[in-house]
Design a protein around this ligand. Structure first.
Ligand SMILES: Cc1cc2nc3c(=O)[nH]c(=O)nc-3n(C[C@H](O)[C@H](O)[C@H](O)COP(=O)(O)OP(=O)(O)OC[C@H]3O[C@@H](n4cnc5c(N)ncnc54)[C@H](O)[C@@H]3O)c2cc1C
Ligand code: FES
Length: 344
């Protein structure tokens, strides 16, 4: 097999990249925490400068890399497959934090349980083979669709160390992966996966007063994992506000578990929000879209300033876009304090 050497500047560190492997895949496998987002050439997060050598680019969006940028030498590390030894100039990296806590590996497991949580959300529990698979709360894996080449990303809802991975999966009728949960996947079936991926992990700084966890639908998974991590290992004295958005009453789940976890923190508030008019009208709690509830909450005189908090989010694109805009443009939150995964 042909391999090429990738050198990362200004870190002056090198690793081998396999045939048909992208630079980002090889970097994650070798434990380098290179900045990335979609891993599909859509978001620009991994854009870098190709200082030496040649790459072939897998399909990407010209929004992420324009033709003129490519001609100038810019590249997308998630799409770039080396065709020679290369030198990459990183445009965005943290000199204090460029090694992954857990390198990305390929692993296998078996379905341990499939349980309904709501009318369209299922808890899928996977028992991992061999040594316990290590990850940080808030991260995700790519599950391989059985019998095919495709993968789908799912965030762990539990904490590492138990030998199981818990996924909260929204079922889409006919969905390549989630559709299997309508009776086509059974307890005992093998499932392979790769990971852990993702930067939506706890990053509290001593100067920060607390955090907001904001989840829409199955975005509950990584936020629940983060809440569990804050309760078990984090900073139980800092205030935590957990927003959960659904359409109707039948979309709410894990209410008791969240209240129980919150009762172990000194200052915790759980804010479920419903958007569908019928149910929202009889609902005693918050109504509207989740970013509206976040806004109302932050405007209360007693609320800690959003600008001093760390903010974590997961859910549909439209929810993430509206909430990021609200936080950065109305509540002066520095974008660096917001970490999110978009499930689109
Ligand atoms: C970083 C990351 C983490 C994720 N974590 C989770 C998680 O914890 N739980 C979870 O349920 N999902 C999660 N997702 C989404 C997940 O990876 C799949 O995209 C989703 O489950 C649909 O896959 P599918 O194969 O079932 O459907 P597909 O076969 O891909 O699509 C089937 C149909 O469903 C529609 N559809 C697919 N996704 C969406 C969507 N998000 N909104 C509206 N319509 C959609 C498609 O338009 C299509 O018509 C995550 C995604 C990312 C990028
Ligand atoms: S990670 Fe999104 S473009 Fe590369």
């Amino acid at each position: 097999m042909t391999t090429y050497q990738v050198t990362l500047e200004p870190l002056n560190e090198s690793f081998e990249c396999g045939e048909e492997e992208t630079v980002l895949e090889a970097a994650l496998r070798h434990g380098y925490n290179l900045v990335h987002g979609c891993r599909e050439g859509r978001c620009t997060a991994c854009k870098s400068f190709l200082a030496e050598g040649y790459v072939d680019l897998k399909p990407y969006s010209t929004f992420a890399l324009s033709t003129s940028e490519e001609e100038e030498g810019f590249t997308l590390l998630c799409r770039a497959v080396p065709e020679s030894d290369i030198v990459v100039e990183l445009l965005d990296y943290d000199p204090e934090d460029y090694r992954l806590e857990n390198p990305v590996i390929e692993a296998a497991g078996r379905v341990a349980a499939i349980e309904p949580l709501t009318h369209d959300i299922t808890l899928l529990t996977l028992e991992t083979d061999g040594d316990h698979f290590l990850f940080q709360a808030g991260q995700y894996v790519d599950l391989a669709v059985p019998g095919g080449e495709e993968t789908r990303s799912y965030s762990m809802a539990n904490l590492p160390g138990s030998g199981t991975l818990e996924f909260i999966v929204k079922r889409y009728p006919g969905g390549v992966f989630s559709g299997l949960l309508d009776g086509k996947l059974a307890v005992g079936d093998p499932l392979s996966f790769a990971g852990p991926y993702g930067n939506c992990v706890l990053k509290h700084q001593p100067s920060e007063s607390g955090c907001l966890l904001i989840a829409g639908g199955s975005g509950m998974a990584p936020m629940l994992s983060l809440l569990r991590a804050i309760v078990e290992t984090g900073a139980p004295t800092r205030p935590v506000t957990f927003f959960y958005g659904g359409r109707a009453l039948r979309d709410l789940f894990y209410l008791e578990q969240i209240e129980e976890l919150g009762s172990r923190l000194e200052r915790f508030e759980f804010v479920p929000v419903l958007s569908q008019p019928g149910d929202a009208d009889v609902w005693g709690g918050e109504r509207g879209f989740i970013h509206e509830a976040v806004d109302r909450n932050l405007r209360r005189p007693s609320a800690p300033s959003a600008a001093e908090q760390r903010i974590y989010m997961a859910g549909p694109q439209v929810m993430i876009d509206a909430t990021v805009e609200l936080l950065t443009q109305v509540h002066d939150v520095d974008a660096d304090r917001i970490a999110y995964d978009t499930f689109g």
